[in-house]
Ligand binder design. Structure first.
Ligand code: SF4
Length: 299
């Protein structure tokens, strides 16, 4: 197999205990909490912005340069020349894990021309500070149940301020640009203040518009359900819930076999439902039943 670059490898794997598991566990189940550290075969600092773009819950630190992230339910902390992983079960588990981690890093390494690097450094703001920016009404418009939950995620940089429509506009936005040497190694970054007033207000208007459309759709859908229920009640012999499901699928052009598979019933039962539907609607064909369903807001 030909590769563009030599693979990132590791050596000097060491595994040691960080103490014992929770004391509430029975003695025979107590397991040492193990940690593994190892050295890289090459300096991997150039890869940090790409790992930062791809890895789960990545946190990139500037000084000293290192990156933390979760991989395979294990916390990894990588420095340019060495790494650490925790917890691992034993030496074998540690080696297996580091092999998988190397495959992950090498995949990023060989695909890095297709990955937009993320140069954003992690700096955690206290949750209490973030709460001061929020009205604390727990209105749920951001998708989180409480302002506290939103603040906690924002503090970990796992959401963005713009998801709360009640947070005030930032005084200043900074964009971070990388400076590389001729070998593509990251030398430093420069942050520029960007006035994003226009884009923030355009985004807010778009969000408001989307919310008003969603409200209208919900309203129309309630109206449609009301009209449908009324039409069903007007039938001499109203359709059952199952017959309504079958009618809706039939009106969308679904075959008997597909209806049977979708509702997990036999084709024979579907046929019997369709006969009942035809009788109740006083129609003779699928086309007539579809027209009736459309006219009475069933689809
Ligand atoms: S949208 Fe803002 S105010 Fe509402 S719950 Fe989320 S953070 Fe709190």
């Amino acid at each position: 197999m030909t590769t563009q670059h030599p693979n990132i490898g590791f050596h000097s794997l060491r595994v040691y205990s960080m103490g014992r598991g929770p004391a509430t566990q029975p003695a025979d189940k107590l397991k040492a909490y193990m940690m593994a550290d190892f050295d890289f075969s090459m300096d991997i600092e150039f890869l940090f912005p790409y790992i930062n773009a791809v890895a789960r819950k990545a946190q990139l630190y500037k000084n000293p340069p290192h990156i933390r992230f979760n991989f395979d339910h294990t916390l990894c902390v990588l420095h340019p020349d060495k790494g650490l992983a925790s917890p691992v079960d034993d030496s074998k588990d540690a080696r297996d894990f580091i092999v998988r981690l190397m495959a992950f890093l090498n995949d990023i390494y060989h695909r890095k021309d297709q990955i937009p690097p993320r140069y954003k450094f992690f700096s955690q703001t206290a949750i209490t500070q973030i709460l001061k920016l929020l009205p604390q009404t727990n209105c749920n418009e951001c998708g989180f149940d409480t302002c506290m939950a939103f603040a906690a995620m924002l503090s970990r940089q796992q959401t963005i301020p713009g998801r709360c429509p009640h947070i005030s506009r930032p005084v200043q936005e900074k964009a971070i640009f990388p400076i590389h040497d001729n070998d593509g190694k990251l030398l430093s970054t420069i942050s520029l203040d960007i006035d994003n007033t226009d884009s923030v207000s355009a985004l807010n208007s778009a969000n408001q518009y989307i919310k008003s459309l969603e409200k209208k759709i919900r309203h129309l859908s309630h109206m449609k359900e009301g009209l449908r229920d009324e039409a069903n009640k007007q039938l001499p012999n109203p359709l059952s819930q199952r017959e309504i499901q079958v009618l809706q699928m039939l009106a969308c052009g679904t075959t008997n076999l597909e209806i049977a598979q979708s509702l997990n019933i036999s084709p024979h039962t579907v046929k019997s439902h369709i006969n009942h539907i035809f009788n109740k609607l006083a129609v003779n064909t699928r086309a007539q039943a579809s027209v009736w369903a459309t006219q009475h807001h069933f689809v």
